[in-house]
Design a protein. Sequence first.
Length: 174
Amino acid sequence: MKSHYIHLYYGFGKGKTTAALGLALRALGYGKKVIFLQWLKGKKTIGEMQMAKSLGKNFVMKQFGPAHFTWDKKGDAEHKSKAKEGLGYLEKAVSRAKFDVLVLDELMDAVVAKYIPKVKTLSLIKKAAKIGEVIITGHKPDKDFVKIADLITEMKKQKHYFDKGQAAREGIEY
């Protein structure tokens, strides 16, 4: 049996980041060290960034994305630059090996968008899994991520109030 596993939460349904945050909170409850990295997200006012301030020294949260959405193509170069910065941070975190849980939120989307190189990213994930549990989120399941994952959960939308015009709500969606 392995002591650490790679989780992949993907799909177009709500709950990928929320599930990753839940696992992170559970680990913190046992005194584990958690590093939570977000790609393609850069709003410092979202709920998880606000929460991070109160979780103490065992929780590190960093964002590697601009404040605008990924589908806003005017900022594609900025997304790529921030994603590369995040990959550099991930490389340092893996080399320091000071975590029990490593969350890589929207990392798969940064790879699929070709903002960061897949081969290097997969290599870092494999190294990280020798240190602690690794959780990866994203929308589209890249076949190479599927291959290395030990646990895969698809978040599939059945029904969503967004489809009826409801905007994202503070404290619920962000």
